[in-house]
Design a protein around this ligand. Structure first.
Ligand SMILES: Cc1ncc(COP(=O)(O)O)c(C=O)c1O
Length: 381
């Protein structure tokens, strides 16, 4: 597959070479742990053991590298497994990391409860302000971590501006691209060194798989990460890899519809008397709107809002929704909603990343927009 092809073509064809044995047009699920050798060391297709490499996972990894515009893609058992491998590759005792003041709670927990115990300290910065990131950097800073749009407050970080800060500091810029997906945003083209994904979300797209990915901009770091992926072992299984590869083929059409539906939902919420604030980068009043418009193709399917009446009122909206399923996670074809303070972001309570108690987060699916608007209207009462 040539890099010159458009995103839609790369999404469908990269890594999807016809099976040499049968001509099957999608890669088979190689549900296998080991491979017969023709004499000691005589590998037929370069495969020896499926933790090190598996053909279905290779197909996904090639696809990931192509659609993110990186040199190496690696697939893991979950988004957090990918993050863990990345951090243990880039960091060592005494190193320092800048992390955003708004990020997935599990990412913060990994830094605060696991990586910190290894003698790595971190500073929390408002990454939507490149000057604040610059101020948080010190001579031990090895990683600047950015999540844009962020979970759950939909904050926007100017990737190119923070890439400049990282370059000057001699640090690596890591961008969690889970909310946008590579169809809407290409962090490597904007200067990121590594892209992180929870494949569980838009990439899989159907709420039926847990997975993660790292995509490295340069081949040397990609090789180092691949070595650690094998050494640590939290790889994506063949069936999970196959499901994600299948999901990616429809990523562009799904993201277009997610974005259209989310824009309609945001407009409805903006006019609703019981909603005190709507957080959606597609709204002109969002503080990151201009940067989002510059670095994203569309504004995505995630919308958060605050409810008049505080925490209990927000919880009641969640409990009353019918078509929006109450549940954690996001990015599937079906709409979900949740209360971040008590659910996905309970682990950041009491920290600099604590989220407002009256916040509701929506993952707007690709159902009929009219049905979604009707459900939200009844849930708000
Ligand atoms: C932005 C973001 N990054 C990373 C993760 C972690 O991914 P996983 O749940 O696949 O481990 C999540 C999970 O919700 C997320 O929302």
């Amino acid at each position: 597959m040539s890099d010159q092809h458009s995103f839609e073509t790369l999404a469908i064809h990269s890594g999807n070479t016809a099976d040499p044995l049968t001509g099957a047009v999608v890669p088979p699920i190689y549900q296998v742990s080991t491979y017969k050798q023709d004499g000691v060391g005589g590998l037929r297709g370069g495969y020896e053991y499926s933790r090190s490499a598996n053909p279905t996972r290779t197909a996904l990894e090639e696809n990931l590298a192509a659609i993110e515009g990186g040199r190496r893609g690696l697939a893991f058992a979950s988004g957090l497994a990918a993050e863990d491998c990345l951090l243990r590759t880039l960091l060592y005792p005494g190193a320092h990391v800048v992390i955003p003041n708004d990020a997935y709670g599990g990412t913060f927990r990994l830094f605060a409860k696991v990586v910190k115990r290894w003698g790595v300290d971190f500073s929390v910065a408002d990454t939507s302000d490149p000057a604040a990131v610059r101020a948080a950097v010190n001579d031990r800073t090895k990683v600047i971590w950015v999540e844009t749009p962020s979970n759950p407050l939909l904050g926007i970080t100017d990737i190119a501006a923070v890439a400049d800060v990282a370059r000057t500091a001699g640090a690596r810029l890591v961008v969690d691209n889970t909310f946008a997906s590579p169809y809407l945003q290409q962090p490597i083209a904007l200067g990121a060194d590594v892209v992180v994904h929870s494949l569980t979300k838009y990439m899989g797209g159907h709420s039926d798989v847990v997975g993660g990915a790292l995509i490295a901009a340069d081949a040397e770091l990609g090789e180092e990460l691949a070595y650690h992926q094998n050494a640590m072992g939290a790889v994506a299984g063949p069936f999970d890899s196959w499901l994600v590869l299948r999901g990616i083929k429809t990523l562009p059409v799904r993201m277009d519809r997610h974005s259209e539906n989310a824009a309609k939902v945001a407009e409805l919420l903006l006019r609703h008397p019981k909603v005190t604030q709507v957080l959606y980068p597609g709204l002109p009043e969002h503080p990151g709107h201009e940067i989002a418009a510059k670095q994203m193709r569309a504004f995505g399917g995630m919308v958060s809002f605050r409810v008049e009446g505080g925490e209990e009122a927000a919880v009641e909206v969640c409990n009353r929704a019918k078509l929006f399923t109450l549940g954690e996670s996001l990015g599937g074809v079906e709409s979900l909603l949740e209360h971040p303070g008590r659910m996905t972001h309970a682990s950041v309570a009491g920290s600099a990343l604590e989220v407002p108690a009256d916040l509701v987060r929506l993952s707007v699916g690709i159902e009929s927009a009219d049905d979604l608007l009707a459900d939200l209207t009844q849930a708000l009462g």
